[in-house]
Ligand binder design. Structure first.
Ligand code: CAA
Length: 286
């Protein structure tokens, strides 16, 4: 099988933008697609800023940054993805939206091209069912912030071809990541373990076991986490955390995974974390 040279990324938000940056830095021709011209422009501006920072920090030369930028194309025309050896979807975490994107990719790309999803919890088998090529559909779950985090969780759907899995593992490793396998159960491994811990931190807060800064301090200093679970929830987005808990509850058919009422309440109040300036903590800049 030929190695992957051309990568298409669908969605130019935090995850899609990060995946595209890492792919282009690894030497792959990368096309980032978004329906919104504003989102695409923000993605390009973020890449420019992060690549300039990498040069400043001497992690790459100015020539390497220039070559990386030259490998990146920013498009709002879906057809521009047609030359991708692999399309990596990183759109909103909504089964119906993903099904639409995969049906459209299935129409656009030739039969040997791979369709990957960066979903953090939705079943790969379900996403693959929106296509006529379930054997070429796979989960490729990156972590935020993508340029920094070393893991890609690789998830086969029921029908995923072994050769597709190997090509995706090789691709992740060529992007400087470690690829580790997980089976297609709700939340895979990462969110099956991480999200209930975050949810439990909300219960500890709600029940008055400790104040948020103490809950986080205990977990940081006692367990060596880089961020406490409540700070991490703000970083990921409280709406995303609550949504993933609901997906776990549905997928594992167990209400013990339902979001803590306090987590839900903050989401209802629009306190979503870093992205709105306030979540558990206040991130408003002076
Ligand atoms: N994009 C690119 N680079 C970033 C970044 C971003 N959004 N945020 C931080 N970085 C870089 C910084 O630029 C910095 O690099 P420099 O050396 O060039 O300055 C480096 O990361 C370290 O950052 P900081 O010095 O500012 O701060 P730090 O040492 O506290 O590290 C952190 C920040 C890497 C985010 C660290 O706190 C951490 O690892 N936190 C945990 C993150 C985590 O658990 N992520 C997984 C979330 S779960 C998920 O993604 C899965 C899901 O499905 C929900």
């Amino acid at each position: 099988m030929p190695t992957i040279k051309n990568v298409g990324v669908i969605g130019s938000g935090q995850m899609g933008g990060g995946i595209a940056q890492v792919a282009a830095t690894a030497g792959l021709n990368t096309t980032v697609f978004d329906t919104s011209a504003d989102a695409i422009a923000r993605c390009q501006a973020t890449h420019d800023k992060l690549l300039a920072r990498a040069v400043e920090k001497e992690r790459m030369t100015a020539d390497e940054a220039k070559a990386t930028k030259a490998r990146l194309s920013y498009v709002t025309d879906f057809n521009a993805l047609s030359g991708s050896d692999i399309a990596i979807e990183a759109v909103v975490e909504d089964s119906a939206v993903k099904a639409k994107v995969f049906a459209a990719l299935d129409e656009l790309l030739t039969a040997d091209q791979i369709l990957a999803t960066n979903t953090s919890s939705i079943s790969i088998t379900e996403i693959a069912a929106a296509t006529k090529r379930p054997e070429r559909v796979i989960g490729m779950h990156f972590f935020y912030p993508v340029p920094v985090m070393k893991l890609v969780e690789v998830i086969n759907g029921l029908a995923t071809d072994k050769d597709v899995t190997q090509r995706v593992i090789d691709l992740a490793e060529s992007m400087g990541k470690t690829a580790l396998p997980a089976n297609d159960r709700a939340g895979f491994v990462s969110n099956r373990v991480l999200m209930p811990m975050i949810n439990e931190a909300f219960y500890a807060w709600m029940e008055g076991v400790a104040q948020p800064e103490h809950i986080d301090g205990i977990m940081k200093l006692g367990c060596n986490f880089p961020m406490g679970p409540l700070r991490l929830a703000d970083f990921i987005g409280l709406d995303t955390c609550a949504h993933i808990m609901d997906v776990l509850a549905e997928g594992l058919n167990n209400d013990r995974y339902r979001p803590c009422p306090l987590l839900r309440q903050l989401v209802t109040a629009g306190r979503l974390g870093d992205k709105t300036g306030r979540g558990v903590f206040d991130h408003a800049r002076a």
